[in-house]
Ligand binder design. Structure first.
Ligand code: FAD
Ligand code: SIN
Length: 538
């Protein structure tokens, strides 16, 4: 069995769905997504989308704030294009039904939130559940299109390129081409070649490489690993953003306490009640995320405490419930009334700034392969992402990629896809040692947290490298001889992405943005004002 389509979209978050809607204007689309259609990082976004709507704000200020956070590594051309495209993309979301919160005055303008690193209020939001509102509206819009099929519970394993063709000899200067992906239908337990003229990777982030993360279980870096295996360069993976305030609770599962809570006046306190952010940055609680996360990490290491606290008890109770209904409800269900009690918080892995390298149109180095959203490295975020700039980047770049894909499609419309071999089961038998999967996954997440976390050192990074090399060999061997399953696919990708993060972190011999190494505590503009690029060996 095989599937053939014009456009294959891997992932159903804001990036994949927005792209699918646009390219469906000229061709058939198949979206594969590894769990239910709405399950994605997008679905959990709270704060909102940064975009210029206020009269006191300007594109120039948003650009400046983005570049300041990016600490010298943003691509100025990309930042400008994304920021300028922002308001139009937000209006398009309104057009498909996203009901952004409005002010309660007569003008009924968007209510604009404030978050760390922003010099103006500019975060368009739907109370504190922006992501699920966007995700649901996008899924509804996609389902209304007859020529888009969503295949839930289908996990992409690898991109299909010339490497998979039997007896194919690529000429030395011939570009690698993508013709879709091998996809595991999880319910039928069957691998299907899913062939397409154009493929978009929109698989999101990789938070699950770490033990503590705000990301849902889908965020295992699959797109990054697939692209690297297929031959695309990746960049800047050392820049892992740790969100300062994930809920600290046994049953909380690192639930996010939005930065918007600090934007509305939330104060960080130690167990004693003492505040501490004034020691670290003039903007205190609204300093950029890396500064706040490192400050909390430092205070916790000093005191030996397990968490710090976020206090909003001084705010009006009614306001809290209206502005943060989701956070209020979640904390209340765990026995914390945030209108009366401080919220216990710790940092957790949240966002990966680096990714698959693309150009300004979302094109990767592989012919007919695009990437958009958290999986991509477009040059927007540099060494540190400004809060609420990722939904923005994802939706804008989905649009750029769709525009370029449509052009490309017109030129290759009549080209016929090559004969792609079925998934090979040669040499596969069941070793019945599946316990390895959960142990290895657990082990990787733990040492990534301990050795490649908020504060790094050469010694720890070297140790992490040794460990991941042993595990990678073991996992690749396991993958070769056992039947492919959902868990194996994810583990193989987690291990590969962990290795790539470690490699990037070892290469950067300075501290910049989100990457802090105690052996090189200073920024080194002379040698390191550049991306960390990893090239796959063929
Ligand atoms: P995602 O939304 O993560 O979608 C990825 C999709 O790919 C999913 O459908 C997944 O199932 C699928 N997938 C993955 N691997 C495979 C595979 N192998 N095969 C098939 N399908 C696959 N950003 C902001 O700008 N503002 C915010 O307020 C904000 N809040 C956040 C709150 C939380 C708790 C989290 C976790 C993130 C937040 N972010 C926020 C970041 C932002 O949500 C993400 O960067 C963005 O949603 C990524 O969108 P995406 O389309 O690239 O990926
Ligand atoms: C948040 O609401 O704090 C998350 C915002 C973001 O990650 O951009």
């Amino acid at each position: 069995m095989e599937i053939k389509t014009d456009f294959l979209v891997i992932g159903s978050g804001i990036g994949g769905l927005s792209y699918a809607l646009k390219v469906s204007e000229i061709g058939d689309v198949v979206i594969v997504t590894k769990k239910g259609d709405t399950e994605s990082n997008t679905n959990y976004a709270q704060g909102g989308i940064a975009s210029v709507f206020s009269k006191e704000d300007s594109f120039e200020l948003h650009i400046q704030d983005t570049q300041k956070a990016g600490d010298g590594l943003c691509n100025p051309g990309v930042v400008r294009r994304v920021v300028q495209a922002g308001p139009g993309c937000v209006e398009e979301l309104v057009g498909i039904g996203v009901n952004f919160t409005k002010k309660r005055d007569e003008d009924k303008q968007f209510d604009l939130g404030l978050e760390g690193g922003h010099s103006k209020n500019r975060v368009v939001h739907v109370a504190d559940f922006t992501g699920s509102e966007i995700e649901n509206c996008l899924v509804k819009a996609v389902k209304s299109k007859k020529n888009i099929r969503i295949l839930e519970n289908h996990i992409a394993i690898d991109l299909i390129t010339q490497h998979h063709l039997r007896d194919y000899k690529r000429k030395p200067d011939e570009k690698i081409r993508c013709w879709g992906a091998y996809v595991l239908d999880i319910e039928q337990n069957q691998v299907i070649p899913c062939l397409a003229k154009i493929t978009l990777l929109a698989t999101g982030g990789a938070g699950r490489v770490y033990l503590h993360t705000t990301n849902p279980s889908i965020a295992t870096g699959d797109g990054l690993a697939m692209a690297y295996r297929a031959g695309v360069c990746v960049a800047n993976l050392e820049f892992i953003q740790f969100h300062p305030t994930a809920l600290y609770h046994l049953k909380g599962n690192s639930f996010l306490i939005s930065e918007a809570v600090r934007g509305e006046g939330g104060i960080l306190r130690l167990k004693s009640g003492e505040t501490f952010m004034e020691k670290y940055h003039p903007r205190k609680e609204l300093a950029p995320r890396d500064v706040v996360a490192r400050a909390i990490d430092h205070e916790l290491k000093k005191s030996g405490d397990v968490c710090v606290y976020l206090d909003i008890t001084h705010l009006d109770q009614k306001f809290i419930k209206l502005r943060f209904p989701h956070i209020y409800g979640k904390c209340f269900s765990l026995g914390i009334d945030i209108t009366k009690e401080w919220i216990p918080v710790v940092p957790a892995a949240h966002y990966i700034c680096g990714g698959v390298i693309t150009d300004m149109e979302g094109k990767t180095a592989i012919e007919n392969l695009y990437a958009a959203g958290e999986v991509a490295c477009t040059g927007m975020h540099g060494a540190n992402r400004l809060a609420s700039n990722s939904l923005l980047e994802a939706v804008v770049f989905a649009g750029f990629s769709a525009r370029s894909s449509k052009e490309k499609f017109k030129s290759i419309k009549d080209f016929s896809l090559p004969v792609i071999p079925q998934w090979s089961l040669k040499g596969v038998f069941d070793q019945k040692e599946w316990v390895i999967i959960s142990h290895d996954r657990d082990w990787i997440q733990r040492f990534m947290w301990d050795y490649v976390g908020i504060v790094r050192s050469n010694r720890r990074l070297e140790q992490a490298k040794k460990r991941i090399q042993i595990l990678l060999d073991e996992i690749n061997q396991f993958y070769k001889v056992n039947p492919v399953t959902y868990d194996v696919v994810e583990l193989r990708n987690i291990a590969m992405v962990a290795g790539l993060i470690i490699e990037c972190a070892l290469q950067r011999k300075e501290s910049r943005g989100l990457h802090y190494n105690i052996d090189y505590p200073e920024k080194d503009d002379k040698n390191w004002l550049k991306d960390t690029i990893l090239r796959p060996s063929e």
